[in-house]
Design a protein around this ligand. Structure first.
Ligand code: 8YV
Length: 331
């Protein structure tokens, strides 16, 4: 008997085809974002679930889906999944690290540069037909090369941003993280470990790459923004909720910081109206990992995990990026 799996959102046809080689697969061709009750209904009798970063997997869903054995996400962030509850229900969980690191770091750098050099703000001006003459200070922004890059969250993606800054743009890198990197890694990009307060005070460009959770909720709010230089920029490619969007919009409007680049938002896809109203912020719809090769790799990694968790394929019983592999040994 083939195991039954559900794919919660539209994804590459070849990824579905890989799953169909082994499983009875139900898909979401309309790409609707199902409310949890609908997800639970569709999961009845299904052993595997392929998700993206947006579906909420919690104790309520797990209790209502007793046949579920594996939840495999194509996202690296897993704040949408209660991993402890999954473990308690004997459900294997996996995420999709590594494959998106460089693509996401590229985008973080692009957002930071766009904010510093006012790329989208000036493009909107041009498109409105307002460009009549040159002037010395027209859209003059902040330099990126040679400036101080502050990285908040020095995991894989944070290190990718730091490497680009140090080696590509001659930036001096300072960082804050839960734990300090080893000396050899710091030396790769001349990174200096500082307190969060010093990071905010000293950096010219702050890039935020921390996971979201209760400890990082509104890590950056009014008090933190107050410490930053009025010429500084802030870029968030982590998760909405790490930054207090209303407080950031106020700081941008009042010129307490120069500009921001945001790919993630509290309550996305809704964006705080105050952010939409300020010109000095670059806004993108959660696309930092969105290169086609990377999205393909993320989805395929989720499939690798699903196959292994449900005991098929070469990694049988050994999902490559499981978050709670102990579940399989307890089965
Ligand atoms: C994804 C992300 O776009 O991987 C993550 O954590 O935030 C993004 O790369 C999305 O969540 C994929 O499902």
């Amino acid at each position: 008997m083939r195991a039954k799996v559900l794919v919660s959102r539209r994804v590459f046809p070849e990824v579905i085809a890989r799953l169909r080689e082994h499983f009875d697969v139900d898909t979401n061709d309309a790409d609707d974002v199902w409310p949890q009750a609908e997800l639970i209904r569709r999961l009845q009798g299904r052993a595997g679930l392929f998700i993206t970063g947006s579906e909420k997997i919690d104790a309520t869903l797990l209790a209502a889906c007793p046949d579920l054995r594996a939840v495999c996400s194509m996202a690296v962030g897993y704040n949408n999944i209660d991993v402890a509850a999954c473990t308690a229900h004997g459900v294997l969980v996996s995420n999709a690290p590594d494959v998106l690191t460089e693509t996401t770091a590229d985008f973080g750098f692009a957002l930071m540069m766009a904010a510093a050099r006012r790329v989208t703000e000036s493009e909107r001006f041009l498109r409105r037909g307002e460009w009549k003459k040159w002037s010395y200070d027209m859209f003059a922004g902040a330099d990126v090369h040679g400036s101080v890059l502050g990285v908040l969250g020095m995991g894989r993606i944070g290190q990718g941003v730091a490497r680009r800054g140090a080696l590509g743009f001659g930036m001096r890198v300072i960082y804050h993280n839960r734990s300090r990197l080893d000396a050899a890694t710091e030396a790769q990009f001349g990174a200096r470990y500082v307190t969060k307060l010093d990071l905010l005070r000293e950096c010219d460009h702050l890039v935020i790459v921390v996971p979201y959770g209760p400890a990082s909720h509104h890590l950056i709010g009014t008090a933190e923004l107050e410490l930053m230089k009025p010429t500084a920029t802030l870029t968030n490619i982590a998760r909405g909720g790490v930054v207090d969007d209303a407080a950031l919009a106020d700081a941008l409007r009042e010129g307490r910081i120069a500009a921001a680049g945001l790919d993630v938002f509290e309550g996305e896809p809704t964006v705080h109206p105050s952010l939409l109203a300020v010109p000095n912020v670059v806004l993108t719809p959660h696309i930092a990992s969105a290169s086609l090769p990377t999205r393909r790799a993320m989805a395929n990694l989720a499939v690798d995990n699903l196959l292994a968790a449900l005991s098929v394929g070469p990694n049988k019983g050994r999902p490559p990026t499981a978050l709670n592999p102990e579940v399989l040994t307890l089965r």
